[in-house]
Write a protein that binds this ligand. Structure first.
Ligand SMILES: CC(C)(COP(=O)(O)OP(=O)(O)OC[C@H]1O[C@@H](n2cnc3c(N)ncnc32)[C@H](O)[C@@H]1OP(=O)(O)O)[C@@H](O)C(=O)NCCC(=O)NCCS
Length: 504
């Protein structure tokens, strides 16, 4: 049995190439996904009544087959003590949540490296097989990691028995809702289990249906028995300038595996399948970001937070918010003026698209990494959308645009707090104003975000943001995001030379 399943796994391309020690581990994981598909997602109506047990000859053949299937299924069942996952799943949802909270508190789960030091000691069974630069290599050249044309596999990567690929049709409201549910339940819970990202359908359309998006790059995994969506990864096309070289690539988005299927190596299969679908379109490079250290960060940027609703953030012990001063004093310290003061500042309209496009294009040469927005891209990403994107332009006396800024909204559900249910975060996409003091313009962005009901404003230390972060009382949270390129090597990029922000 072991031999057979190993063979199947290898033929299906589910495992990283043999004979890594990891092969056993990967196979165990593959078995485990299959096993769990039968334990977690087994329909509850499977026991037969007495009457059903009396058979006709035809039924007896079927019964034999059923018996054979059952025997096969039994092979996945552990012989020793009861499967702890089955035990966990037998508990009511509330109890499961409680246990998950406890696990969070004690941080028992294996974690991926968060620093380069930790990463150097970690063995990357999957990423070591991928065309990405090796950790610790000093890179001075520019170009693809894998030389020459790579053969693109024609058929999809196989999933363990009980699971199937599903290209998600996001034009269907029901599918969009399902994806929202998967992400809301499984995407981000802060490490201390206090906040959970609340995705909206509008946000998903914004982030997954940017110009030239392709349906086949919205890649889901479902459980066969009940069609439940348990895994997702997506890509959208993007034009990136990397050290003056324009590369047509994809941005990878919203990788997510259901919590009950974690640490089962579903991620490598999702990434391989997405890379295959992307390569089928002749695209060889990808841009992605993660909070964990993988081989090998191109750039590492820090999150900074500015309190807008100071009292609430202190009550929630929001990361980076000072707790060592009295609330009244903190509120006073963070007070903002009531109105904006930049002359000519107004909300962006459709008519501003061409001028804003030119302004962004003329600014991007300052950076080693920047996105080449098309006019359609400016419209998609920046044109204000209700409760989602907020863009403002500064109109000079001559009628032209001299500056602009844009931020988007992230909603968090507050967990385990008796007082607060929701936290609204504004995240800066860019603030650009070549002819005025960036700090003043950015202060107006804070004023506007506060007026719109946001509790906190977040910015990365990318672009010229460092010039205003401390002055405007942003605090560094200690949380970082690493930017990666798939199949492209080049020297690392300092945060102030990164000319974009990826919305998650
Ligand atoms: C990220 C996530 C999909 C990883 O799932 P998992 O069950 O822990 O990991 P798996 O067992 O499936 O796969 C492990 C492999 O995936 C890699 N991996 C884990 N997280 C990754 C990430 N964010 N990006 C790329 N690869 C990742 C691991 O490095 C490991 O490969 P290695 O052997 O080379 O080290 C899962 O934790 C998740 O859904 N998290 C919430 C959403 C999220 O944070 N998404 C990432 C946004 S950047």
């Amino acid at each position: 049995m072991k031999k057979n399943s190993e063979l199947v796994g290898r033929e299906q391309g589910l495992v990283t190439p043999p004979p890594l020690a990891a092969r056993d581990k990967t196979q165990k994981a593959t078995n485990c996904i299959a096993k769990r598909s039968q334990s977690i997602y087994k329909p509850s109506t499977m026991t037969a009544s007495k009457d059903e047990k009396q058979q006709t000859p035809d039924e007896s053949v079927t019964a034999k087959e059923t018996k054979k299937h059952k025997k096969k299924a039994d092979n996945w069942r552990p012989l020793g003590p009861r499967d702890p996952f089955a035990m966990l799943n037998a508990l009511p949802e509330e109890k499961q949540q409680e246990i998950q909270r406890a696990l969070h508190l004690f941080n028992l789960g294996p974690t991926l490296p968060r620093t380069l030091e930790q990463a150097k000691k970690h063995q990357y069974h999957f990423w070591d097989t991928q065309p990405v630069p090796k950790l610790g290599d000093t890179i001075s050249s520019h170009g693809p990691v894998a030389d020459g044309e790579r053969r693109v596999r024609a058929e999809p990567y196989s999933l363990p028995q009980g699971f199937s690929w599903d290209t998600l049709d996001l034009s269907s409201a029901a599918v969009l809702k399902e994806l929202c549910t998967l992400l809301n339940d499984n995407f981000t819970v802060e490490d201390d289990n206090t906040l959970r990202l609340d995705f909206t359908e509008e946000f998903l359309k914004w982030t997954l249906q940017s110009p030239q998006w392709l349906p086949q790059w919205h890649c889901g995994v479902r459980v066969d028995s009940n069609k439940k969506l348990v895994g997702f990864i997506a890509a959208v096309p993007t034009d990136l300038t990397v050290y003056a070289k324009e590369i047509n690539m994809v941005q990878v988005r919203l990788l997510c595996v259901h919590k009950k299927l974690r640490q089962k190596r579903m991620t490598p299969v999702l990434i391989r399948e997405l890379s295959r679908r992307v390569a089928q379109r002749g695209v060889q490079q990808g841009l992605y970001s993660a909070h964990v250290v993988l081989p090998t960060p191109l750039s590492t940027c820090s999150y900074w937070h500015r309190s807008l609703n100071t009292r609430k953030l202190m009550e929630l012990k929001y990361p980076g918010v000072r707790q060592d001063i009295a609330v009244q004093r903190a509120v006073k310290l963070n007070k903002l003026r009531d109105a904006t003061k930049t002359a000519g500042l107004r909300a962006m309209t459709r008519a501003d698209i061409p001028a804003l496009h030119s302004l962004l294009q003329s600014n991007k040469s300052k950076f080693d990494l920047s996105t080449n927005f098309s006019v359609q891209g400016v419209e998609h990403w920046l044109l204000p959308r209700d409760r989602l994107t907020f863009s403002y332009v500064i109109q000079g006396e001559d009628g032209g645009l001299s500056g602009a800024f844009s931020f988007f909204s992230l909603s968090w559900e507050v967990l385990n707090d008796p007082q607060h249910l929701e936290l609204r975060e504004a995240q800066l996409l860019f603030c650009l104003c070549p002819s005025a003091d960036l700090k003043d313009v950015m202060e107006d962005a804070l004023v506007l975000a506060k007026a719109k009901g946001f509790d906190v404003f977040t910015a990365l230390d990318v672009m010229d943001n460092k010039t205003f972060l401390e002055n405007l009382k942003f605090n560094m949270s200690g949380k970082r995001t690493h930017t990666y390129l798939y199949n492209w090597k080049c020297p690392t990029v300092n945060p102030d030379k990164v000319g974009f922000v990826l919305p998650i």
